[in-house]
Design a protein around this ligand. Structure first.
Ligand SMILES: *Cc1c(COP(=O)(O)O)cnc(C)c1O
Length: 819
């Protein structure tokens, strides 16, 4: 923030009513996240309300950690229990956050660059930050904070000492850019491009473009690429020529920037309006990067930088790994890989991500010098307090300035001059069953550390997008009544996604229940820090003692099963929660109507068994032809659970709907639903808003040139129709790549192009036809994921996505990320 303020000053700026004033601390930090409350009594906490959370629920714990300034919703604000706090009650806390940000912006006298567009916003921002950062003190949005909440938080990160702020703005529906514009008010605007992707939330591309350019309403200059005609026409129709700065591949604009490819890189040739010529060198050769680079060059020129300085900065740019990735390390360590940039805002985001992971023995931070403007001692004091708040047990520092941490974190900090000396010290070998955040600025090459700590893999990975997981969870949550509970099915290794990590994230998102198929699956979760209640669908009799020991709740589905479980629990003099499966038409497991009288008698004499819930399972919720049958199942379920309740003096939870049922029968939520495949991003009906959470990827091992008529693989089933090339991929049926994909049935994507499977799929490998494609050894290959849907490929071999998901072998490494 530009300067500190008191709660009275704030009330004057944003309105609302001060329902209590208990102190006069100046506010220096604003937080909307209860886990990052910053400077204790100097912090202001704003409780925001989202779909999956309500910040008001955390008010008490934030107060306990020392915060004494609050902005709360007027309906939920009460001074009770917070004696010395200042409480400002407002009608809309998000709106208030935005107003404070707008105020902070208005106090800033430096230059603000606002970036929007369909693709490349974050990369242009990060690269521009690096090139300009050599000359100016730059503030920029952490990661891709570009939303209605992210933008105000980014703007609040601008301090008085900054000269330049780089902010990105993203929108998903009409009306949003107007609000962002009031907060950002860019001096210079950049429109990266207009993508062709589906216009979510907008009527068409034109409407979306119109909304986007509202960001530039008050800008002095707008930078854009003239080659995209609709963009150029729209901008030129709205803004006067003296405000527009266009660049193009072709002559006739402010800057002509053409590309010349050369050995191992590219040259960008710049011709200025006065016909002077410059050359910039870069390692990048792909179209998207070259477009982003040219936006960076033009923005730097607009800021008045010289071409030589820009060239120097450009040459140092490297690809950006934007996301935080969770990887399995050697010795049961878990690694969070964030080896790209390192400033305070990014560190705070990464530490929050660390806290969301399931606990391990210790929390370790491996950190390089920060590339952060400001007085070093203050910067590292802030690092120290962040580390403290996030309960870091030990820091390995690499660099010169980071020595300062030694005083702040005495005894818990070991510092090395460079990355290689840390690795060679042997210290890292002591890490065992720890959670390790590796965060370093690019030039420290911390990927060496990650490689050192990481489990080696054979090239095939299943990537799981944790943001998509949260998105899908909320997609269903929004469709439920607020009081309906959610049980998530994490059976079969969470549909192949990895039970522990997924269960942990569900625990974070406050799911109510988990369900697994077998007792062993439940034990595994318990051993890895999962404490949510867990229902076991099909518990074996041999595992009864484990149910007790690990606090797992069995499903009871027949009279003989009830009797043997009751006998066991009675002998143990224990009590147990159970779930009753009622068979209303699935005809798999479960009590039938005729069992109920006897069941009632057994329940009455077994008060040590507590019925936690009763449920049934629909046999055809995913198809409308079965609607009548499904409704008759739901009716029978209602009749049966009422009869059972007659034997009990309490009322257990009732539930019936799976993913498809939640969408099709919203009136039958009862007390809980059982979410399965939908969470993993597979829509059973037309739930197009779901996002696939997993991508199965591998890379090319070898390329072969073959002649027409030569055969490929076992049984010589693949035959070259013409002279051409094949690529061998390290994935086979033992990894879960179904043998039925062989001989042209399946295809993969390489650089966005389809390549068909040729010949039989082998146990550990398969071959694809890459004739005429520009591909090489090591290129990434998508088996399924973006551009190749699981539903589509499952259909090709006559199965369903469930089977393909659960068939992915355990030897395929799972990697989790959050973008
Ligand atoms: C697997 C399962 C579900 C979840 O089904 P989806 O179709 O994946 O949503 C729900 N209930 C029971 C009893 C299940 O076995």
């Amino acid at each position: 923030m530009i300067h500190a303020f008191t709660i009275h000053e704030l009330a004057n700026i944003v309105g609302g009513s001060l329902i209590q004033t208990g102190n006069s601390h100046a506010i220096e930090h604003i937080s909307t996240d209860s886990r990052d409350i910053g400077l204790g009594s100097k912090s202001l906490y704003i409780a925001l309300k989202g779909v999956k959370f309500d910040g008001h629920e955390f008010t008490a714990s934030v107060y306990d950690s020392g915060v004494r300034n609050f902005i709360l919703n007027e309906n939920q604000a009460s001074p009770a229990g917070f004696p010395d706090a200042n409480i400002l009650a407002v009608s809309d806390t998000l709106d208030t956050l935005q107003k404070i940000a707008a105020w902070n912006r208005s106090e800033f006298t430096g230059t603000v660059i606002g970036i929007t567009g369909s693709n490349g916003k974050t990369i242009v921002k990060e690269w521009l930050g690096q090139v300009v950062g050599k000359i100016h003190l730059v503030a920029k949005s952490p990661k891709s904070y570009n939303s209605q909440i992210g933008v105000p938080l980014s703007v609040l990160g601008i301090n008085a000492y900054h000269k330049l702020a780089l902010l990105e703005a993203g929108i998903s529906r009409p009306g949003e850019m107007g609000k962002l514009e009031e907060i950002i008010r860019p001096t210079i605007g950049i429109l990266t491009n207009l993508g062709s992707a589906h216009q979510e939330g907008f009527k068409n591309r034109e409407e979306k473009l119109k909304e986007k350019i509202k960001l530039f309403a008050g800008s002095q200059y707008v930078v854009y690429r003239k080659d995209q005609r609709e963009v150029a026409e729209m901008l030129e129709g709205v803004f006067s020529a003296d405000r527009l700065i266009a660049w193009s591949e072709h002559p006739g604009t402010d800057y002509t920037l053409s590309i010349k490819r050369s050995e191992g890189g590219s040259m960008i040739l710049l011709m200025k309006p006065d016909l002077t010529l410059y050359t910039f060198r870069t390692d990048f050769t792909d179209e998207a990067s070259l477009e982003n680079l040219r936006h960076v060059i033009v923005a730097c020129l607009t800021l008045g930088m010289g071409a030589e300085a820009i060239d120097g900065g450009i040459q140092e740019l490297r690809p950006i790994e934007m996301r935080l990735t969770l990887k399995e390390g050697r010795k049961r360590n878990t690694i969070i890989d964030d080896t790209y940039n390192n400033d305070l805002a990014g560190l705070s985001v990464a530490l929050d991500f660390l806290l969301q992971q399931r606990p391990k023995q210790r929390k370790i931070l491996i950190l390089s010098d920060l590339l952060q403007a400001g007085e070093n001692r203050k910067v590292y004091a802030k690092v120290g307090s962040l580390a403290q708040q996030h309960d870091i047990d030990l820091i390995y520092g690499v660099g010169e300035n980071i020595k300062l941490l030694d005083d702040i974190f005495p005894g818990k900090c070991k510092v090395y001059p460079d990355t290689v000396s840390l690795i060679n010290s042997g210290e890292l070998e002591a890490l065992n069953n720890d959670l390790i955040l590796v965060k370093g600025a690019r030039k420290f090459e911390f990927e060496k550390i990650v490689n050192h700590l990481q489990e080696k893999s054979h090239g095939t990975v299943l990537e799981i997008n944790l943001n998509a997981l949260a998105h899908n969870y909320n997609f269903y949550k929004k469709r439920l009544r607020p009081e309906t509970k959610i049980m998530v099915m994490v059976k079969a290794f969470a549909y192949g996604g990895g039970a522990v990590e997924i269960a942990n994230h569900l625990q974070q998102m406050k799911a109510d229940y988990l369900a697994v198929a077998y007792t062993d699956e439940g034990i595994y979760l318990r051993n890895h820090g999962i404490h949510l209640p867990i229902m076991v669908l099909n518990p074996e009799r041999e595992s009864f003692s484990h149910l007790l020991k690990y606090g797992l709740d069995p499903v009871v589905y027949s009279l003989p099963f009830f009797k043997s479980l009751a006998q066991f629990v009675q002998v143990e003099k224990a009590t147990m929660k159970i779930h009753l499966d009622l068979d209303t038409g699935m005809h798999r497991l479960g009590f039938v109507e005729d069992d109920l009288l006897e069941l009632g008698r057994l329940l009455t004499e077994s008060s040590f068994l507590e019925v936690a819930s009763m449920y049934t399972h629909l046999a055809g919720a995913d198809e409308s032809v079965h609607n009548d049958f499904s409704l008759s199942q739901l009716d029978l379920f209602t009749k049966m659970y009422r009869e059972i309740e007659g034997f009990l003096n309490y009322s257990p939870l009732k539930h019936a709907l799976n993913s498809a049922g939640i969408i099709r029968f919203p009136n039958y939520q009862f007390d809980m639903v059982r979410l399965g495949i939908g969470l993993y991003g597979i829509g059973v009906n037309e739930d197009t808003e779901l996002q696939p959470i997993s991508t199965l990827k591998t890379s090319i091992s070898q390329i072969k040139t073959l002649k027409k008529g030569q055969t490929i693989g076992y049984g010589r089933k693949g035959v070259m129709g013409e002279n051409g090339q094949i690529a061998t991929l390290p994935i086979g049926y033992a990894d879960g790549y179904d043998r039925r994909f062989g001989n042209g049935v399946g295809h993969v994507l390489i650089k966005g192009e389809k390549a068909s499977v040729i010949g039989n799929v082998c146990m550990d490998m398969c071959m694809v036809d890459v004739t005429g494609m520009d591909v090489g050894v090591g290129d990434e290959v998508i088996i399924y994921g973006k551009g190749i849907s699981l539903k589509e490929i499952a259909g090709k071999i006559g199965t369903i996505p469930y089977e393909l998901l659960t068939n992915i072998s355990n030897r395929v490494k799972r990697v989790y990320y959050s973008d």
